[in-house]
Design a protein around this ligand. Structure first.
Ligand SMILES: Cc1cc2nc3c(=O)[nH]c(=O)nc-3n(C[C@H](O)[C@H](O)[C@H](O)COP(=O)(O)OP(=O)(O)OC[C@H]3O[C@@H](n4cnc5c(N)ncnc54)[C@H](O)[C@@H]3O)c2cc1C
Length: 396
């Protein structure tokens, strides 16, 4: 019978980060089991925006801690993460100025470099954007985007160097339990006995949870993007943008295109394996309209590509990270709700701390605990932008 000290299920950003941090903390005999390949889930399809703007302190702390990795990637992890620090604007509805101001103050308090600018000040930084419907923006000069695949490859390489055993094309078909504790995992190649399992299976987590009676409000959702070539008269300046008014986010890609994600008609699905990797024409038309609204010059741009990914949305749109009370030794990171690439370095570190010491020191994971739903305490942010209909689906 094979054994492991820890089994991590899923080799996306969060699974590889967790395995890497566990190995760095001195845990031996770690096995990462991945049904496909590195970054095969949401991670490989991610827009990979790296920014600090959250509407709550806890996720901001994860983002701030993670940013230290992204900025110093080759020294800390080794390899590349492809960070491009081109700056970020966040557009919010003018009537939510007080919320924007409170959030920027909170983010500065926990260590983010972010500023509140008037639309006029912002236009001096980037004149290619239409500020018609905004009075103020949040500005993060050091934020931008990264390469999600490179990030995972370097987490995996660093973990392998520390002795972690990665098994690709190896689905976990069942979590095994013994009374009130986890005892192993089943794969087509046999059983691996272990007392500690981390489910970092993204949109597939329910397939492992349901058979052992764990029911969390988790729902797989499509997230889609499309890519448009910069037009003839598009200025070179191109930052990263989160548009809370129109429900879009965008950033450059390939040095001459804009990658835009628009959260419209996001459909839940029961089966994360049955999704189509190509978005519909309706979706592309919607992206084009939203793009032109924010960047008028892009009315002359050519569509160059589009894809869809699948992620896991939680009942309160916040990640679900920590120990599952139902079975000792069982931990999870899921319910990313479209925003846990940029926080994956800190999530892996915190999970490793929780597993090895019983508490997470880097960032307190208590607010993310899976039991919050059973306790009737889903997460509610104090300062939102009144766009709940799109906010709960936006991936960025
Ligand atoms: C289009 C899109 C845009 C996004 N934009 C951003 C962004 O700009 N910024 C940001 O921070 N986040 C963004 N996100 C969200 C981000 O990508 C995710 O939060 C993050 O990648 C989740 O990583 P993960 O490792 O938790 O899950 P995943 O990357 O989904 O990894 C889960 C892995 O588990 C494997 N697996 C599942 N079940 C099993 C099993 N039974 N046995 C073995 N392996 C299994 C899967 O094959 C997969 O590889 C975006 C997501 C999408 C789809």
């Amino acid at each position: 019978m094979e054994t492991a000290d820890v089994v991590v299920i899923g080799a996306g950003a969060n699974g590889t980060s967790t395995a890497y941090h566990l190995a760095r903390a001195g845990v031996k005999n770690i096995k990462v089991l991945e049904k496909d390949h590195l970054a095969a889930g949401a991670t490989g399809k991610s827009g990979a925006l790296v920014r600090m703007h959250y509407t709550n302190e806890h996720e901001t702390r994860l983002a701030v801690e993670s940013f230290k990795y992204f900025e110093n990637w080759s020294d800390v992890v080794g390899g590349e993460c492809g960070l491009n620090q081109i700056g970020l604007f966040v557009f919010t509805p003018p009537e939510h100025y007080d919320d924007l101001e409170a959030n920027v103050a909170m983010q500065r308090e926990v260590g983010a470099e972010t500023y509140l600018l008037t639309a006029e000040e912002a236009a001096e930084i980037d004149s290619s954007v239409s500020f018609d419907d905004v009075t103020h923006v949040a500005y993060e000069p050091r934020s931008g985007y990264a390469d999600p695949n490179a990030t995972v490859y370097s987490f995996a390489r660093a973990a392998m160097t520390l002795g972690v055993d990665f098994r690709f094309d190896t689905p976990v078909t069942r979590l095994l339990t013994d009374g009130d504790r986890v005892s192993g995992v089943e794969t087509p190649n046999g059983v691996i006995e272990t007392s500690t399992v981390v489910v970092a299976a993204g949109a597939w987590a329910n397939k492992l949870f349901h058979p052992i009676g764990i029911r969390l409000p988790l729902e797989p959702r499509y997230a889609r993007v499309s890519v448009f070539r910069w037009s003839f008269d598009r200025p070179e300046k191109h930052m990263t943008y989160i548009d809370r008014i129109n429900g879009t986010w965008s950033r450059p890609v390939d040095g001459n295109c804009t990658l835009i994600g628009a959260e419209v008609g996001v459909r839940p699905t029961d089966d994360p394996d049955a999704y189509q990797e190509s978005p519909s024409q309706d979706y592309i038309d919607h992206c084009r309209r939203q793009l032109v609204h924010r960047f008028p010059v892009m009315r002359h741009s050519t569509m160059r590509g589009a894809w869809a990914g699948i992620l896991m949305r939680s009942g309160d749109s916040r990640p679900v990270i920590g120990a599952l009370d139902q079975y000792e030794g069982l931990y999870c990171m899921t319910g990313d709700s479209g925003t846990s690439f940029k926080t994956s370095p800190a999530i892996g570190k915190c999970l490793s701390e929780l597993i090895t010491t019983g508490t997470s020191q880097t960032v307190d994971l208590t607010p993310f605990r899976p039991s919050r739903f059973d306790e009737g305490k889903p997460w509610v942010d104090q300062h939102t932008y009144g766009t709940d209909d799109i906010q709960d689906t936006i991936s960025r």
